[in-house]
Design a protein around this ligand. Structure first.
Ligand SMILES: [Zn+2]
Length: 278
């Protein structure tokens, strides 16, 4: 091989990681949106809405039985989020690819952003991936999703319309062998308004085991959406976690969406009364 040939091959190799796209012609846009023109003050996000895998990543080295579990996505939340957004006329921004490709509720760079193990399951395809592939997952999935949320918030602030951020999630009823009794929970860190209002309403339902920052609390290390879009931008915000077995089927999703739509309508009135939204 001539030196010049070697040189051009080396430069191709160096250029390829960043240039190499992750999503191909058969892959859909990572961002799912509903009611983008909705007038509700609430802006719903769903970081773990979908469990799609880019064609290029195959099955990540996992059997189908793992790819339908909570490690891949938030089971049931898509059905709740879509119904709830429709009932309230609220904007929903959601991410369609599996959290096993890149977790959109983690800072890129932390170990759980592109996990090599989730709960007790090793993710073979995530072992030893190049910086180029890591960058592609961030550039093509993580960033478009968060840019869209940013833009939606910018727009509302520019138009002096309220932006109340609600980050929707679901949790597994058993994690690492420990059962979780809560039906639903408010998750938060710095917001002192909305999580407390939500907790008050959920407890008033009378038939719910309500978690207050259970099974985990929001933090800067373990979360991205609330700290970055909610707290850093000074928005009233909360996270919601619903136990997956309650929303696994359509009737459960419908019931929980109806319940939450009723509660959020009441919360909107209270926020307006307190001039926290106007
Ligand atoms: Zn989640």
């Amino acid at each position: 091989m001539m030196d010049s040939e070697l040189a051009s091959e080396t430069s191709l190799l160096q250029a390829s990681p960043l240039a190499s796209p992750l999503l191909g012609v058969n892959d859909v846009d990572p961002v799912f949106e509903q009611n983008a023109g909705g007038r509700s003050p609430f802006l719903f996000t769903s970081d773990h809405y979908g469990r799609l895998l880019p064609e290029k990543l195959g099955d990540l080295g996992l059997p189908e039985s793992e790819l339908v579990r909570h490690i891949a996505w938030d089971i049931g939340i898509a059905g709740v989020a879509e119904r709830l957004a429709d009932m309230l006329g609220a904007h929903l921004i959601a991410q369609r690819y599996s959290r096993l490709v890149i977790d959109c509720n983690r800072s890129p760079g932390v170990a759980s952003s592109i996990p090599v193990i989730s709960e007790a399951t090793a993710i073979p395809r995530n072992e030893g991936i190049s910086e180029g592939e890591r960058a592609a997952r961030r550039r093509e999935i993580f960033e478009p999703y968060h840019r869209r949320i940013d833009a939606a918030i910018d727009r509302r602030l520019h138009d002096t319309r309220p932006a109340v951020l609600v980050s929707l999630h679901s949790f597994t009823p058993v994690y690492a062998g420990v059962a979780r009794p809560w039906h639903i929970a408010a998750l938060y860190n710095r917001d002192t308004v909305l999580p407390q209002l939500l907790l008050k309403h959920l407890r008033a339902e009378g038939d719910l085991v309500v978690g207050d920052n259970e099974p985990y609390a929001v933090s800067d290390l373990s979360d991205y959406t609330i700290p970055v879009h909610g707290e850093a931008r000074g928005l009233v915000n909360t996270g919601i976690e619903i136990r997956q077995d309650l929303i696994a089927d359509r009737s459960g999703q419908q019931q929980w969406a109806e319940r939450l739509a009723r509660i959020f309508a009441e919360i909107e009135l209270e926020l307006r009364r307190e001039r926290l939204v106007d």
